[in-house]
Design a protein around this ligand. Structure first.
Ligand code: IPM
Ligand code: MG
Length: 363
């Protein structure tokens, strides 16, 4: 039976980069990959069409699909709406409703791009880290939350409230993902917390330490989040797998993306307990450059490779796509975000076409 994927282009540069990923899938399908593709709305375009960022119809299709491929959501146009209608709510909604608790964000420096980073090439060359970010808990979803009025020292004031909360089972299942990922890599997990101040993260550290007993070949270390932020730019190659809660992983993964030269290169996978997943670039919808045919489609194409690997269990196809991306970088093709003197500046479409040609040459 053909596997079903749901394609959600979203907002901003989403549709442009998704079009390039679709060309890649076209080639693979021509070469024998069987796949059923559906489409759905999420984020700002969904608000415009239906009034909701995560319409029921999208939810139904997402639940029925084997995997979801997502471009990006959001933009200033929708920032003025009530929180419930903002595009980000759609993204958080789809992650939560599909139970996608494990967010894998690899930060790999391709040898061809070591010069594109703002850090010295010797600091980042050869970097290969994996951030394993918990995605359905923490302060993102904790209750109580909101902006309310309270009586404080005799005056009535507005108070903003969010709750950082993790249960033992939530920590344990993400710890397992991190340890198992490390077993396939360099056998090292660095767990990130703020146990010197926050009880939630003391529990995080305790549960990681307990869980490590089951993975004697994996070396577990702990690091406070502020130090981790510093170490990531001081000496990023000390890390293999970085395991974080939702909010710390949000922040550290943006930081890690810059080690690689451009956030336009970074794919991500968000997985449930059974390997079903949502695949999206780490970058956002970049409304400032939308519609100009200059966005980098490689994170979207590499996210498609992750979909092939993790949800469709097609390692060969995933490798084919990754090899094609390496080849276009070898040829010196660069979208503006990774362009340097001496390289060939190309558009979104030209980059996608080059990947397609590289794929065709492999067959
Ligand atoms: C990300 C994004 C989202 C997040 C936003 C858009 C809700 O920053 O995927 O990292 O905070 O998770
Ligand atoms: Mg983020």
């Amino acid at each position: 039976m053909a596997q079903k994927i749901l394609v959600i282009s979203g907002d901003g540069i989403g549709p442009e980069i998704m079009a390039e990923a679709m060309k890649v899938l076209d080639v693979l399908q021509r070469d024998g990959l069987t796949l059923e593709r559906g489409e759905a709305l999420l984020g700002g375009c969904a608000v415009d069409a239906t009034g909701e960022p995560y319409p029921e119809a999208t939810k139904k299709k997402a639940l029925a699909a084997d995997a979801v491929l997502l471009g990006a959501v959001g933009g200033p146009k929708w920032d003025v709406l009530p929180r419930e209608q903002r595009p980000e709510k759609g993204l958080l909604g789809i992650r939560k409703s599909l139970g996608l608790f494990a967010n894998l964000r690899p930060a790999v420096v391709y040898p061809q791009l070591a010069e594109a980073s703002t850090l010295k090439p010797e600091i980042v060359a050869g970097l290969d880290i994996l951030i394993v970010r918990e995605l359905t808990g923490d302060i993102y979803f904790g209750e109580p939350r909101g902006i309310e009025t309270r009586d404080i020292d005799g005056t009535t004031q507005r108070v903003g409230v969010n709750t950082m909360i993790y249960s033992e089972s939530e920590i344990r299942r993400i710890a397992k993902v991190a340890f198992e990922a490390a077993q396939r890599r360099s056998q090292r997990v660095c767990s990130v917390d703020k146990m010197n101040v926050l009880e939630t993260t003391q529990l995080w550290r305790d549960v990681f330490t307990e869980e490590a007993q089951h993975y004697p070949n994996v070396q577990l270390s702990h690091m406070l989040v502020d130090n981790a932020a510093m170490q990531l730019v001081r000496n990023p190659k000390q890390f293999d797998v970085l395991a974080t809660g939702n909010i710390f992983g949000d922040i550290l993964s943006d930081e890690a993306s810059m080690l690689t030269g451009s956030i336009g290169m970074l794919p991500s996978a968000s997985l449930d307990e059974n390997g079903k997943g949502l695949y999206e670039p780490c970058h956002g919808s970049a409304p400032d450059i939308a519609g100009q045919n200059i966005a980098n489609p490689l994170a979207m194409i590499l996210s498609t490779a992750m979909l092939l690997r993790y949800s469709l269990k097609n390692e060969a196809a995933a490798r084919r796509v990754e090899t094609a991306v390496m080849e276009v970088l070898d040829r010196g093709l660069r979208t503006p975000d990774i362009w340097k003197e001496g390289m060939q500046k190309v558009s979104t479409k030209e980059m996608g076409d080059a990947v397609v040609q590289a794929l065709a040459r492999q067959a």
